[in-house]
Design a protein around this ligand. Structure first.
Ligand SMILES: Cc1cc2nc3c(=O)[nH]c(=O)nc-3n(C[C@H](O)[C@H](O)[C@H](O)COP(=O)(O)OP(=O)(O)OC[C@H]3O[C@@H](n4cnc5c(N)ncnc54)[C@H](O)[C@@H]3O)c2cc1C
Length: 422
């Protein structure tokens, strides 16, 4: 007979959803004696886990969990049809250095959300459609691979390979995270929508979790023998000692004017002095100096390109993921930057402008995965910019901690939350 357990996972981002998935697949999980509940305040994958890029890489960090998690992504995709269901595929990855081209004057601004043509009286598309021999030769001369034909040769100054499909892959993070949560639910995990207000402890460790329901804001208490705290950037609002802070970042998705090859690009784009004036952003200025911007651009299957910009600390983390403020100008900047080096993106359609917060560890390093000094409280958070890559590995390790009392799949001594005072 297995011991009775009430396991509560807090947070339905990728970390909580993968934890729920692997708990429900653990050989010791017995639905007749074990009750697993996933408590999510707002929406599964409503935060960074639904708005991230989705890059997976063997060269990510920390090295203690990356190989495990990268392998698990592959296995999950094989087992559950990840290629069709969440866009899992190997990709090329490179660093591209470029100089921004002017975007073609003020008339372009504001119409890129809606592709126009001469009949609309809008700007005429000047996309090259297919690169000419000369344009391709120019790209080759800069070291750009032959099939990366959707960047402009005249603006690129250099290309360096960072990963190949053998070492680098991608998923659509929203589709992946929600799939993990539904697959966990299929095996008996109960998903409750409610915001945790406290984890209640006694002399023998965790005892229960208090939360308010999303539906009617009533207060509820759930008895708990083990709690997995995986609320990402919101971790500190539930457990104030946790050294986790939140950094906002904006991103956009674009349907390119023509299908683009599978590349994920880290960029360094030099903006000329008058870039903002010429792009029509009259309220912006780079103060007469050139400026380097570094958007990341990820081609996705199904004719979508994701691009994100740098972080900002202008607006503190709101109470819930649906209250995150989106700065439209920051989104437009990302659109302008990526449009300045690619006709396919410039002439495409912007399909989403969004923002989210990534969880950082104030004391350095991260993520924090493991038991704490409070019996029954497991922490899995602070995944910084590699939470999508490291989600499955984290979930697997959490399931081992909860059911076996120790991890066997990786050596994560360096990620011990107790080293951070927890
Ligand atoms: C712009 C951007 C691009 C990124 N790109 C990549 C990438 O390409 N590859 C990669 O590996 N990583 C990437 N990341 C990082 C990745 O998105 C994060 O590390 C990861 O999503 C964190 O997951 P999480 O589950 O810890 O947090 P979250 O996704 O924030 O989930 C936390 C959940 O907890 C819930 N919650 C909050 N408070 C409560 C409460 N009181 N009660 C119950 N539930 C609560 C929230 O509603 C939320 O659903 C990127 C991040 C950003 C910002």
């Amino acid at each position: 007979m297995s011991e009775k357990k009430n396991i509560i996972v807090i947070g339905g981002g990728i970390i909580g959803s993968c934890s729920a998935y692997f708990l429900s697949r653990h050989p010791k999980f017995n639905p007749s004696t074990h009750c697993i509940t996933l408590l999510e305040a707002t929406k599964i994958a409503g935060g960074a886990s639904g708005k991230a890029g989705g890059l997976l890489a063997l060269w990510a960090y920390p090295s203690s969990i990356v190989p495990l998690s990268y392998r698990l992504h592959k296995e999950l995709a094989e087992e559950h049809g990840g290629a069709e269901n969440w866009g899992y595929r190997g990709v090329h990855c490179g660093q591209i250095d470029a100089k921004a081209r002017p975007l073609g004057g003020p008339s372009v601004k504001g119409v890129r959300d809606r592709p126009t043509d001469e009949k609309d009286g809008g700007p005429i598309s000047v996309s090259l459609k297919k690169r000419s021999k000369d344009a391709m030769a120019l790209l080759r001369s800069k070291g750009v691979p032959a099939d990366l034909d959707w960047v402009d040769g005249s603006s690129v100054s250099g290309y360096e390979e960072m990963g190949t499909p053998a070492t680098t892959a991608q998923v659509h993070p929203y589709l992946f995270t929600t799939s993990m949560a539904w697959l966990a639910e299929e095996k008996g995990v109960k998903i409750i929508y409610g915001a945790v207000t406290s984890i209640n402890t006694g002399t023998d460790g965790v005892e229960s979790v208090s939360y308010t329901t999303k539906e009617d804001d009533t207060s509820q208490i759930l008895q708990a023998s083990q709690v997995v705290l995986s609320a990402g950037p919101w971790t500190q609002t539930i457990w104030p000692e946790a050294p986790i802070s939140a950094l906002r970042a904006h991103s956009v998705t674009i349907r390119p004017s023509h299908p683009v090859s599978p590349y994920c690009l880290f960029t360094g784009i030099k903006l000329p002095k008058d870039f903002y004036n010429r792009s029509g952003s009259t309220n912006r200025s780079n103060k007469g100096t050139s400026q380097l911007v570094t958007p990341e651009i990820y081609a996705r299957p199904n004719n979508e390109v994701y691009a994100c910009g740098e972080g900002d600390e202008l607006i503190p983390l709101p109470k819930t993921s649906d209250l995150v403020e989106v700065d439209q100008q920051r989104c437009q900047d990302i659109v302008d930057y990526v449009s300045s080096i690619s006709d396919e993106l410039r002439d495409g359609e912007v399909t989403a402008r969004q923002a989210c917060y990534l969880p950082n560890v104030d004391t350095g390093g991260g993520p924090l995965i493991g038991e704490t000094s409070v019996k029954g409280l497991v922490i899995a958070t602070g995944h910084t910019c590699w939470g999508i890559q490291n989600g499955p590995g984290t979930g697997k390790l959490v399931s081992e901690i909860v059911f076996d009392g120790a991890v066997t799949s990786a050596n994560i001594k360096g990620l011990d939350p107790r080293k951070h005072g927890l």
